[in-house]
Design a protein around this ligand. Sequence first.
Ligand code: FAD
Length: 285
Amino acid sequence: SNLYTKAKEEGKTVLSFEVFPPKKTSGIETVYKALDELAKMNPAYISVTYGAGGTEANNTAIIAEKVKSLGVEPLAHLTCVNNDRVSVEKELDEFKSKGIENILALRGDIVPGIEPKKDFLHASDLCSYIKARGDFELAGACYPEVHMEAKDMVEDIKNLKHKVECGAEHLISQLFFDNEVFYKFQDMARCAGIDVPIAAGIMPVTNTKQIQRMVSMCGASLPANFSRIMQKYENNPEALRDAGIAYAIQQIIDLIANGVDGIHLYTMNNPYVAGKITEAIGSML
Ligand code: FAD
């Protein structure tokens, strides 16, 4: 993909950030402020999440456009679980009109009580559809600890390979705290013939609530040293934040040393945390 080709040729690691639209439109200024800071850190691209059915859905294109105006390449997320062909087409037209060229094609989570739309069953269906239009570069999501609905790693990787064949030109991983888990997944993906760049998703944990939410949402396993350091500082917010940042830096250094294609930082719209990490690793990229 264009976002990774040059870096790969030069033997560099791609650093990217992820932000999410605010729950209410009134919060958009807060994201813009965060983006001003994040853009100065010179990431290869900034991705903007897409609410699979919520109110923030429509702000993805607007925020991605803002990213572009700051001189950073935007990657707009798009989910299909609650979109049909007509609404997908509308979103694509809006992305196009705002000059957005990169899309992370996702299915989105199936929410109990909300009947999924039937036009696109999997992210791969969305990839094929968008590719057929011919005007966007595509990324896909991947799961080092296996997607919750998949029977096992083998089935999940088989589906991932299909997604790549349908047009996903690079992959971004779900967050993980144990690098060994990522390396094992990456080896399996390469063995299966998946040869596109795979970025490692890293989330610096800066408060205890975040950990519980993330673990229940995506089932990330927590290495003993990570749990211990989080426990040690659970009543000291500042120390916990610093420990979370230090842990993320340690993960990233190990990933770079092992030749990872990219680091995708889940910034949680927090430029302070992203700044500390960029400061530590910036010259290594
Ligand atoms: P898929 O690739 O469709 O996979 C979903 C499941 O279906 C997997 O178990 C897979 O093995 C299986 N599968 C895939 N293809 C087939 C097939 N052909 N036949 C049978 N089974 C198949 N959610 C949001 O709502 N908004 C966001 O902005 C967002 N951003 C994300 C960014 C990243 C980097 C990641 C990792 C996740 C993100 N998510 C987001 C969450 C994501 O939507 C959920 O994890 C969702 O449950 C799966 O989406 P997917 O695109 O990976 O689905």
